[in-house]
Design a protein around this ligand. Structure first.
Ligand SMILES: *Cc1c(COP(=O)(O)O)cnc(C)c1O
Length: 471
């Protein structure tokens, strides 16, 4: 007889195992401070611990759980570690994990309003809340002419907007995609170029930046002129609020004014920095949003909500829906035909879509806006302390301003010394930082954004950097 706990459909066992998994996760998260941020793994190490064939017979859940310790943990980079200061954070939180669990438990597909009304209405409502919380234009609410939707990531949002802009341009001017041009900063995220290629654009211009690595509007104007005189049609521009390299901020209003007068679709990528707008003092960085067509930011980066959770807003939802709506007979229903509901299947590529809003709703209610503001403000003020520690150091130098919670700096000894410093900090094990490059110059990046980081961790990393950069 097989043990009761191995029956995959036994609800009492589910209850028990669910409790032990949550216990396990609480222990895991609580233990991170005493582990290295990144485990040491060689290629193939993880697979070598797995049987070559899938199990024929049910295994007890205890065996599965034990393999989290034996197989999974030793093969992880611990993104939720309080010492995680690399890339951008993928901030999560207990509330978010529980929201995700509830999503999996419901297992609904919110492709149409009628296929799960609560999934659609909570998503619309929570994203309308965020319009107020982040101080973006009221017009972006679903109760107005715009609207928000949750996507898998900023890459998907930007790609979707590139497709819509292409169709809008084709409708208006009869231009073929081969003659359309996309503009963005040379510091923009690679997803803009990738999305443009996937949307069929052939002409992608990477514009010059200024001393602070923000895009130069005069370089945008010059590129438009050159392209127009070559018979091409400027179609799409993406400005970034908080670039991936150094969190540089493009002049949104200036770019928007040019884009408006040239009838170019203007999309804003605030994947990382958008979260900061929950605090009023950061909003001047994205002044001019009432002039833009679309916007994306990732609560899964810096708003305590786990992957995947990216907000896409449009100022006017009509062109989006006109471009993406294809209605096969098996999806026809009365609610959709009435025009009174939102069918999110028309807002992105996937038809099947998870109930992503649930975890965001859990997070907003568990932290409260004040709790999230406090977290962002802590991260930003701790970052200022790291900047001060770098400014004081004889061998170190910041290479760009730090408007949010990222510090970009170099070792004065040059590229090799900078890479060496990053390696030395990471070898210590308590923290993980990454490096990048601008104009041939290597630099170190520190981003404070893990939900679990405390001020004491900042003291320690300042000490460690100070010592590691002494030679
Ligand atoms: C992280 C990042 C992206 C990519 O976001 P995904 O959600 O991974 O697609 C895009 N733009 C910027 C500025 C980013 O920092």
């Amino acid at each position: 007889m097989r043990p009761a706990t191995s029956d995959p459909l036994d609800l009492e066992a589910f209850r028990q195992h669910g409790h032990s998994l949550v216990d396990w996760l609480a222990d895991y998260l609580g233990s991170l401070d005493s582990r290295p941020v990144c485990e040491t793994v060689q290629p193939g190490d993880v697979r070598a611990k797995l049987p070559s064939r899938a199990p024929e017979q049910p295994e007890p859940f205890e065996a599965v759980l034990a393999d989290l310790d034996r197989v999974v943990v030793p093969g992880l980079a611990h993104w939720q570690h309080p010492g995680w200061l690399g890339y951008f954070p993928a901030a999560s939180s207990p509330a978010s994990v529980l929201g995700e669990l509830a999503t999996a438990g419901f297992g609904v597909v919110g492709m149409l309003w009628s296929s799960s009304p609560a999934a659609t209405e909570i998503e619309s409502h929570v994203l309308d809340w965020l319009v107020d919380l982040l101080g973006v234009p009221q017009q972006w609410k679903t109760t107005d002419v715009g609207g928000g939707v949750l996507q898998s990531g900023a890459s998907a949002s930007t790609h979707t907007m590139l497709v819509v802009a292409r169709e809008v341009c084709r409708e208006r001017t009869g231009t073929v995609t081969d003659d359309m041009v996309v503009y963005t900063s040379s510091e923009a995220h690679s997803s803009v170029e990738k999305g443009a290629r996937m949307a069929g654009y052939r002409h992608i211009r990477l514009l010059q930046t200024d001393a602070e690595l923000a895009v130069r509007p005069d370089s945008f104007v010059a590129a438009i002129e050159t392209d127009r005189s070559a018979g091409l049609v400027p179609t799409f521009v993406c400005s970034t609020v908080g670039t991936t390299g150094t969190t540089a901020v493009d002049p949104v209003r200036h770019i928007a004014e040019i884009a408006r007068s040239e009838q170019i679709w203007h999309h804003v990528d605030a994947a990382y920095a958008g979260a900061a707008m929950i605090c009023e003092e950061f909003r001047p960085h994205q002044d001019g949003l009432e002039l833009v067509d679309s916007y994306t930011f990732n609560p899964h980066k810096w708003l305590a909500t786990n992957l995947n959770c990216s907000v896409m807003w449009v100022a006017d939802r009509r062109p989006l829906i006109e471009t993406l709506s294809v209605l096969p007979p098996y999806l026809r229903n009365e609610a959709s035909a009435s025009g009174q509901v939102i069918d999110y299947r028309d807002w992105h590529l996937p038809l099947d879509r998870p109930f992503r809003a649930l975890k965001l709703w859990f997070v907003l209610r568990s932290f409260g806006a004040e709790g999230l503001r406090r977290m962002i403000r802590n991260h930003v003020s701790w970052t200022r302390r790291i900047v001060e520690c770098i400014d004081r150091h004889p061998n170190l130098e910041c290479i760009a301003p730090s408007p949010f919670a990222l510090v970009a700096f170099v070792h004065r000894g040059g590229n090799e010394a900078t890479d060496d410093l990053v390696a030395r900090v990471n070898r210590d094990g308590r923290f993980y930082i990454t490096a990048s490059e601008a104009d041939g110059r290597r630099y170190a990046r520190i981003v404070v954004g893990s939900t679990w980081t405390t001020e004491a961790h900042i003291d320690s990393v300042c000490d460690l950097i100070d010592k590691s950069a002494r030679r």
